[in-house]
Design a protein around this ligand. Structure first.
Ligand SMILES: [Zn+2]
Length: 131
């Protein structure tokens, strides 16, 4: 597993609340990483509100909770798989685990553990969950 500089995990409070979600995300990443020679590269996991704005993230992005991870394969410019191929490989693995996968504008695959719209509802009454 490779980490892009600046990518980081969530604060301890979020690890407490969303531990099951993190396990589902990382079980998929670990399986891919094992199959692909350790070339899974995490480009974003948790983002605080300032980091999310700087990244152009959605206002209620699951990156604020840490329940979304963006990743590519390999370190650019030598990426092993282009986004469409990586996405096609990930979708069935994501479905098995109740995760949603979407293509990110940055060329990564965005994987999230909670249903769409959940971050907006959670952050509406618990804004401190954004770290
Ligand atoms: Zn994302």
């Amino acid at each position: 597993m490779i980490w892009k500089a600046g990518a980081h995990g969530p604060p301890n409070l979020n690890r407490f609340y969303f531990g099951a979600e993190y396990n589902r995300l990382f079980s998929l990443l670990a399986r891919l990483d094992g199959r692909l020679g350790g070339q899974v590269r995490i480009t974003a996991w948790h983002r605080n509100p300032a980091e999310n704005r700087a990244a152009g993230g959605e206002r209620f992005s699951q990156h604020l909770l840490g329940t979304a991870i963006d990743f590519t394969l390999g370190t650019p410019p030598g990426s092993l798989l282009l986004q469409p191929q990586l996405f096609a490989a990930v979708v069935p693995l994501a479905r098995e685990r109740g995760l949603a996968a979407v293509k990110s504008g940055s060329g990564a695959v965005h994987l999230q553990a909670l249903p769409f719209g959940t971050a907006e509802r959670l952050l509406g009454f618990a804004p401190w969950l954004s770290g």
